[in-house]
Design a protein around this ligand. Structure first.
Ligand code: PXP
Length: 243
């Protein structure tokens, strides 16, 4: 079985910076730390409302990332031209609603076929591999192939939110979708809502090549890194009292 790639989504690290408009936490440093610790790629979602990632973050990530850069974005003409300027390795097209807390549901590939086809064509002609973020549904996967995208990202949000009783059926839906996508020649990624406690069964699906994970990694970093951060502050304070 091929190695499973981890795309580290750093949106929520940037959100901490944007909450105070401070220069920290430093995105460049975060990219390097992610790459030095097993991250195979960096993912950033440039939202239309710019609530976390800013355009200059995308350009900085392009300069700093030694791995691959995946830009998540709505499939609007403006965002497509922004992606052409940034030049990420991958673009993951997602549905976006201003009032949502995070990406809710996959793209309606059938209703927005024309807009998606134009976005896929423009991004592909400049060498960007396009992925469509979709529900794990074979009909939607067939529609993606018709549109000419080489890659799907299966939405795992429902799997992550369901309780014991229903989670197995949703996992089966993801397995079936992953098999179907691979059978018709599409590459398969997955993501949304995954954390160390629920990632196992999704990571075991052999057709999936990459998982994009963000919120849980940044949230966990706040706990695993808190001790070090308190020690650093303690040392900085104590040093000035000893002078
Ligand atoms: N994949 C896509 C397409 C997303 O929109 C997001 C959220 O930005 C993720 C993966 C990562 O989700 P999470 O932050 O819940 O890990």
């Amino acid at each position: 079985m091929q190695a499973l790639r981890l795309g580290v989504n750093l949106d929520h690290l940037v959100a901490v910076r944007e909450a105070r408009h401070t220069p920290y936490p430093d995105l460049a440093e975060a990219i390097t730390v992610s790459e030095q610790n097993g991250g195979d790629g960096i993912t950033l979602h440039l939202r239309e409302d710019r609530r976390h990632v800013q355009p200059q973050d995308m350009f900085l990530a392009r300069r700093v990332a030694r791995s691959t850069l995946n830009m998540e974005m709505a499939p609007t003409p403006g965002m497509v031209e922004m992606a052409v300027d940034v030049g990420p390795d991958f673009c993951c097209l997602v549905p976006e609603r201003r009032e949502e807390l995070t990406t809710e549901g996959g793209l309606d590939v059938i209703a927005h076929g024309r807009r998606l086809r134009e976005a896929i064509q423009r991004l592909t002609e400049v060498g960007i591999q396009v992925s469509l973020f979709i529900e794990p549904d074979p009909k939607v996967i067939d529609a993606v192939r018709e549109l000419g995208a080489p890659l799907v990202e299966l939405h795992t949000g429902t799997y992550c939110n369901l309780g014991e009783g229903e989670v197995h059926a949703e996992l089966e839906r993801i397995r079936t979708a992953a098999r179907h996508a691979a059978d018709i020649g599409l590459k398969v990624n997955a993501g949304h809502g995954l954390h160390a406690g629920n990632v196992g069964p999704v990571a075991a699906i052999p057709q999936i090549e990459e998982l994009n994970i963000g919120h849980a990694i940044v949230a966990r970093a706040l706990i695993t890194g808190l001790g070090e951060a308190v020690r650093e502050m303690r040392a900085a304070m104590d040093a000035s009292r000893k002078r």
